[in-house]
Design a protein around this ligand. Structure first.
Ligand code: F6R
Length: 343
């Protein structure tokens, strides 16, 4: 299937997204097509990301990255809503449309509306020469290669990498120092191999899919950098296997959705180690207390999770800001295998 092929193309896809865009000497990222000078970009005080579906999820990853690394306020807007809204927006707001195809009608319409209002508009886009790529005033091509599968996989991780590089670039325009920039570049360069390592979970994920294939409801839970991963994992499962799934910030569970938990409703916890790990662990224990099975996506060598989760998928350790890039891999595979097993 194209979906599986494209899942496995991700190390190369992100290599291509990064190619020629990391400047080690200056400890920053470089983009040829933004068409805005560093001086103009320094004056940007607010960023709006607008997109649909999976691209909207990568925009959420972008929001966390920009807040953390560039300390610029970011809003993530559904393009289908933004196009008909009239939000007050200051002059120093930059708008990014994020899209694989460059042809999504709502994203194009939102971009046009923002451009009409006089905001600088840029695109993060995969398809060269597409409508959105042409109408935006500049932007970044993903170079992820054609995405044929209907469910977006490699375009998603490529978008996340483009946003990570962009956050590095904006950070370096402001308060991020050279040493931080160099360290982040090294981590980005190591990422394709980390994704290859995450792909080694394929067989383990297929066995987990066999175990839970009869379930008709799944919850996907994560926090902070891994909250968008939970949303994206749930979308992949819904879209490709026609199984109901909900993504939630793990701590929101107790405010209602926990009522859905029973022994036939697995919760997929996205919980690599990091500052929020203990908090997610206590959310997990609440699910266990209600008798819900837990599938955990956790880091290699995490012995603690093995004692509480019913199934564990291992991903390699990466710095927290890059966790969304590896934590999504087993969830793409899980959606794929459940879909195939259900026919
Ligand atoms: C989900 C999926 C869709 C697209 C959405 C936007 O797997 O593929 O949710 O992400 O239709 O498409 P683009 O990114 O082409 O604007």
């Amino acid at each position: 299937h194209y979906m599986l092929k494209e899942i496995f193309e991700q190390p190369d896809a992100i290599r291509n997204t990064m190619r020629g865009r990391l400047n080690e000497d200056e400890g920053t990222a470089v983009f040829g097509g933004l068409n805005l000078s560093p001086k103009e970009l320094r004056n940007i005080r607010r960023i709006v990301f607008t997109a649909c579906g999976t691209s909207w999820h990568s925009a959420l990853v972008g929001e966390y990255l920009f807040e953390e690394l560039a300390q610029i306020p970011v809003e993530v807007e559904y393009a289908s809503e933004l196009r008909y809204r009239n939000p007050p927006m200051s002059d120093d707001t930059l708008v990014f449309a994020i899209t694989q195809s460059g042809e999504t009608a709502d994203t194009l319409a939102a971009l046009r509306e923002m451009k009409r209002k006089g905001h600088p508009t840029l695109a993060i886009c995969n398809v060269v020469g597409s409508s959105i790529a042409q109408e935006a005033e500049g932007g970044i091509y993903l170079h992820a290669g054609p995405e044929i599968g209907v469910a977006s996989t490699k375009a998603y991780t490529s978008q996340c990498v483009a946003l990570a590089m962009l956050a590095l670039y904006f950070g370096r325009l402001r308060h991020l120092g050279y040493a931080d920039g160099r360290r982040m570049i090294e981590q980005l360069q190591a990422l394709p191999d980390k994704i290859s390592e995450a792909l080694e979970s394929n067989e383990a994920v297929r066995r987990i899919a066999e175990r839970y294939v009869e379930c008709d409801n799944f919850l996907y839970l994560g926090r902070h950098f891994n909250f968008p991963t939970a949303l994206e994992g749930a979308l992949k499962l819904k879209e490709i296997s026609y199984v109901h799934a909900e993504g939630y910030p793990a701590a929101e569970m107790k405010h209602g959705p926990i009522a859905l938990v029973d022994e036939r409703t697995p919760s997929v916890f996205v919980m690599p180690r990091g500052f929020i790990y203990d908090k997610v662990m206590s959310n997990l224990e609440e699910i266990k207390a209600r008798g819900g099975p837990v599938i955990a996506v956790a880091e290699k060598g995490d012995d603690r999770i093995r004692k509480v989760a019913d199934a564990v998928v291992e991903i390699p350790q990466v710095d927290e800001w890059l966790q969304p890039l590896v934590s999504i891999i087993p969830l793409q595979l899980l959606a794929y295998h459940i879909a195939v097993l259900r026919g």
